[in-house]
Write a protein that binds this ligand. Structure first.
Ligand code: NFE
Ligand code: MG
Length: 518
């Protein structure tokens, strides 16, 4: 028996610790620990409900738009305005959020995950004419090697020319992300923490010049996704085909659905580009989402509040010395089971429910890789799904843009209620995201968020069932315990954001200053 501890896992967002007990080099038991505590939800108590759109965005600088959307959907519901969102408002929400998705997926592949497969050292002796590679070679020559080194060594397989092209794309992707953020700001005002998505619709007016500004940037991004991002993911997949067999996980997938196409008030009936539901990977059987089946366990989390509560009644009381606990993440469960969320879950649910665009793209990618659907349940399946989804969303944005109507309203007018409750279900780039709000006496009485990485990187639940990422790590063969590249490749394929995942409530008179996590 040996123990591998990776703390923190770098090139993700937030502070994640991985512990893996191995026997003969195979992971027998894995634990994911969120090692950071935050206190976002409690700040909302007693406030004007409209503050939720602003404050919940501070859960994360990477996906604030996801939280703006989830909180606005919850507030639409609580304010009774969900069926009156003007088309302009609905479309602007999709465009702002879509810009964030595209940026986030490019960020994940190039700047967070690619260096697990792409050898940046291939650029060190570059003397050709690509200005980006010359920049990287000059950077390496200065001898200050972060963020590229240190790294786990021993498994860089791409030919030198492919490595060099990917390093050039790494630099180009920085520009593309900037352009995506600029695109977001056209209707969102700024990034991060945009003001554009708001209960009732969106706050920006539509104009022809804004549509043109958006379109120009979107076309450049679509070109990058089609001709650089997807081919690079396929190139990595071609060189590391064993990663179609590694990191499967719990084999159950959950999606809430995203991209509103109408203003049906019940989110489970609302028409959306990406459908909701659960999927059993073994049988490919799909079931529609029933939000009442969502609960959060805390037996192995540093909380002393009640376990197995639905989010609408969720509580969070911190207990950092709790015996048997090992994470600040709760353990969300659906029907008591662990589920994986994220691009793979969304793409699989769309695929099995017959979405023709998704089917065509997925079947095309699988044919190019000479792989079948089961190969998707893997490290490379997650990367491929993310890249294909990036294209699906970017292409849809080009159509949505043409639905905007200059001169027509973007936001409904409404009165604030004295009391009420609301649920906002959407999809962050990293997976299913829900916000639940209760309002009493005109102010927020309770607010709960259940976040994508809380699903994926959860600790064990009350029944001892590991979370999705823990299950993906267990059973993995580690070739070299000093360089456990298999494990970080699995973790990064989920694109974790622990900042989001540990958004939890701080109890009144909070104890953060006294925490000593051991
Ligand atoms: Ni902090 Fe987020 C997304 C949300 S993730 S990045 O996507 O919600 O756990
Ligand atoms: Mg929560």
């Amino acid at each position: 028996m040996a123990k591998i501890i990776i703390d923190p896992v770098t090139r993700i967002e937030g502070h994640l610790k991985i512990s893996a007990v191995t026997e003969d080099g195979v992971v027998k038991e894995a634990r994911c620990s969120g090692m950071m505590f935050r206190g976002l939800e409690v700040i909302l108590r007693g406030r004007d409900p409209r503050d939720a759109q602003r404050i919940t965005q501070r859960i994360c600088g990477v996906c604030p738009t996801a939280h703006a959307t989830a909180s606005s959907l919850a507030l639409d519901d609580a304010f009774g305005v969900a069926d009156r969102i003007p088309d302009n408002g609905r479309v602007i929400r999709n465009l702002i959020f879509g810009s964030n998705y595209v940026q986030s997926h490019i960020l994940h592949f190039y700047h967070l995950a690619a260096l697990d497969y792409v050898d940046v050292a291939a650029a060190s002796d570059y003397s050709g004419s690509d200005p980006r590679l010359r920049q990287v070679a000059a950077f390496i020559a200065r001898g200050s090697l972060a963020p590229f080194f240190p790294r786990y060594e021993g498994d860089y397989r791409l030919p030198k020319a492919v490595n060099q092209a990917a390093v050039s794309h790494y630099v180009e992707a920085l520009d593309k992300r900037r352009e995506a953020q600029e695109m977001l700001a056209i209707f969102g005002g700024k990034m991060p923490h945009s003001m554009g998505i708001f209960p009732g619709g969106a706050l920006e007016k539509v104009s022809v010049s804004k549509i043109a500004e958006f379109r120009w940037r979107l076309e450049r991004l679509r070109d990058f996704i089609d001709n650089i991002y997807i081919p690079d993911v396929l190139a990595v997949a071609g060189a590391y085909p064993d990663y179609f067999q590694i990191g499967q996980g719990c084999g159950r997938y959950l999606a809430y659905g995203n991209w509103d196409l109408d203003s049906e008030p019940d989110l489970t009936k609302r028409k959306r580009l990406q459908p909701h539901g659960t999927l059993d990977g073994a049988t490919l059987s799909h079931s529609p989402l029933e939000p009442s089946r969502i609960t959060e366990d805390v037996q192995h989390s540093w909380y002393k509040s009640r376990s197995h509560l639905p989010p609408s009644d969720g509580q969070t009381e911190v207990d950092p010395m709790k015996p048997g606990a090992y994470s600040f993440l709760k353990a969300p469960r659906y029907d008591g089971d662990a589920y994986e969320v994220g691009p793979l879950a969304r793409v699989l649910v769309a695929y099995v429910t017959g979405d023709s665009t998704t089917r065509k793209l997925v079947d095309g990618a699988l044919a190019a890789l000479r792989a079948g659907v089961p190969a998707l349940f893997s490290v490379l399946g997650r990367h491929a799904a993310r890249a294909l989804e990036c294209k699906i969303v970017a292409d849809a944005m080009a159509d949505w843009l043409l639905e905007l109507r200059p001169g027509e309203p973007s936001c409904a007018v409404y009165d604030l209620p004295e009391s009420g409750s609301g649920m906002g279900l959407t999809e962050g780039p990293r997976g299913a995201l829900g916000h639940w709000i209760a309002i009493e006496n005109g102010v927020i009485s309770n607010y709960q968020a259940v976040v994508p990485t809380t699903w994926n990187c959860s600790p064990r639940d009350d029944g001892g069932q590991p979370g999705a990422c823990e299950q993906a790590l267990e059973g993995t063969k580690v070739k070299d315990a000093e360089n456990p590249f298999e494990l970080v490749r699995i973790v990064r394929s989920f694109d974790p954001c622990i900042a989001c995942a540990v958004h939890m409530v701080t109890p009144k008179g909070n104890e953060i200053g006294r925490f000593q996590v051991v």
